[in-house]
Structure formats: structure tokens, C-alpha cells
Write a protein that binds this ligand. Structure first.
Ligand SMILES: [Zn+2]
Length: 248
């Protein structure tokens, strides 16, 4: 058989993933990446979750813990996962997400909110209808559920947030335009409002870029009566990017 070029491997991987979602080398070990890329990601995650705040931070940006920051490999994996059809990365990304979730479960904020009595809820960032149609699923919500059930921190995961139809695609917008676009667009679904009242919410996103999405969602949760909102992400970009994963 002819050796597939990297471009062709990407196309073939949409059907049956056989090459690394990060470097596109053939010879998948497990979890959607090759052994060297798996090790590289493990090293980035082993440095420990850290507090993260974008500069400048949008008004209302919640205190946020990220598993990694400035990890280019993770950024590429998130892109392949969300928009390259690489759902086989779900278990690997759930592993990454487990790290900051576990750190929160032991933190004073969450312990004092009585984690085990469902006073703490895990809420994934919502997806736009356009993105749902394009992807055929809400990959973040699936990974959040996996991380919450398989990790050491069982807590209730609930998709309480929705986006109004007014939201535009975030790709290509600068920080200020994103903030304006999102502030009125993120809502707590009416039927879930009672659940949020006086709860501590761990709000999960894959990647924090400008922070506008997390700030808008945190504001919606606070308006619905959340006692506290804490951000949790898999990655954080060191500088502003024009477009990329986390853009919606
Ligand atoms: Zn690789």
C-alpha cells in the first residue's frame, strides 16, 4: 500500500483514526496520540494545575484553574478533537481535565461548599447551535461527564447553560467584540434556574483565550443565583489568538 501523506492521513483519520492527532505520524499507541506526544502532554500536565487569568482579564472573569498553559500540543489536540472529528481523544482529554477538577475537590472553596452533598455542580460551557450541527455532538459536555464520573471527584454534571440565537461565530473577533457578543447571549436555561440558586459552580471550558466566554457564562450563573463560580480549563493560551478552539 502507498504511504499516506500527512494531509491524506488527516482525511483518513476522520473515518478510522490511525495517526497521531498531534503530529500526524502513523503508529498510534493509544488514546489518539503517539507515544512521544503522549509523554509530552503528560509532562505538561505533571507540572500541576495553576491559577490562570488572561491579560487583560474581562470584567467578571471567574477565578480559574487550568491543567496546562501555553501547551501547543494540547491546543492542536483540542482543534483536532473539536473540528477534526477526533472523538477518539475523549478519554485522553478527560484525563487532562481530571487534574484541575481533582485539585478543586480538595480546595477550601469547594470543601466548604459541601462537595459531596451536591452543593457543587459541574457545568460545561455551552455550544452554539451552528457548532452542534457541524460537529454532530457537544464534545466538551461528553468529556466533562467522563472526567466527572471516572475521575476521583464525583459531582453532578449538568448542562444548564444555553446560547441565544443572537450569538455570532466568535472566530476572528477581538476581545472586546467577543465580550459584547457574548454578554447577553449566554443564559441559564429556565428549567434549571432553581438548581443553580446558592450552589457553587465549577464552570468548565476546554481552552481559555481572551476569557470573554468564561466571564459571560459566569455572569449568567451569578445572575441565576450561584453562590460562587470557579473556572476549570484544560489549557490556556499565552497570547491572544485570532481564532481557534475555545472560540465558541
Ligand atoms: Zn504524535
Amino acid at each position: 500500500m502507498t504511504r499516506a501523506t500527512p494531509q491524506w492521513r488527516r482525511v483518513l483519520d476522520l473515518a478510522i483514526p490511525e495517526s497521531c492527532a498531534n503530529c500526524h505520524e502513523a503508529g498510534l499507541s493509544d488514546l489518539g496520540v503517539c507515544r512521544p506526544c503522549r509523554s509530552e502532554l503528560a509532562v505538561a500536565v505533571a507540572q500541576g494545575p495553576r491559577r490562570w487569568q488572561p491579560t487583560p482579564a474581562p470584567v467578571g472573569f471567574p477565578p480559574t484553574l487550568t491543567a496546562t498553559s501555553g501547551c501547543e500540543s494540547l491546543r492542536r489536540l483540542l482543534s483536532a478533537w473539536k473540528d477534526g472529528g477526533r472523538g477518539d481523544l475523549d478519554p485522553l482529554l478527560a484525563e487532562v481535565l481530571t487534574v484541575p477538577l481533582a485539585a478543586y475537590s480538595a480546595s477550601a472553596e469547594v470543601v466548604s461548599a459541601r462537595w459531596r452533598e451536591e452543593r457543587v455542580l459541574i457545568v460545561p460551557m455551552p455550544s452554539s447551535r451552528a457548532a452542534m450541527r457541524r460537529r454532530g455532538r457537544h464534545p466538551l459536555a461528553e468529556v466533562v461527564r467522563r472526567a466527572a464520573t471516572e475521575g476521583p471527584t464525583p459531582a453532578r454534571v449538568i448542562e444548564v447553560l444555553g446560547l441565544t440565537d443572537r450569538v455570532r461565530d466568535q472566530s476572528g473577533l477581538d476581545a472586546l467584540a467577543r465580550q459584547r457578543n457574548l454578554t447577553e447571549a449566554v443564559l441559564v436555561r429556565r428549567r434549571h434556574r432553581r438548581l443553580i440558586d446558592s450552589r457553587t459552580v465549577l464552570l468548565v471550558d476546554d481552552l481559555v483565550t481572551t476569557g470573554a466566554s468564561l466571564a459571560a457564562a459566569a455572569a449568567a450563573l451569578r445572575r441565576a443565583g450561584a453562590r460562587a463560580v470557579l473556572g476549570v480549563t484544560m489549557g490556556a493560551t499565552l497570547r491572544k489568538v485570532a481564532a481557534g478552539p475555545g472560540a465558541d
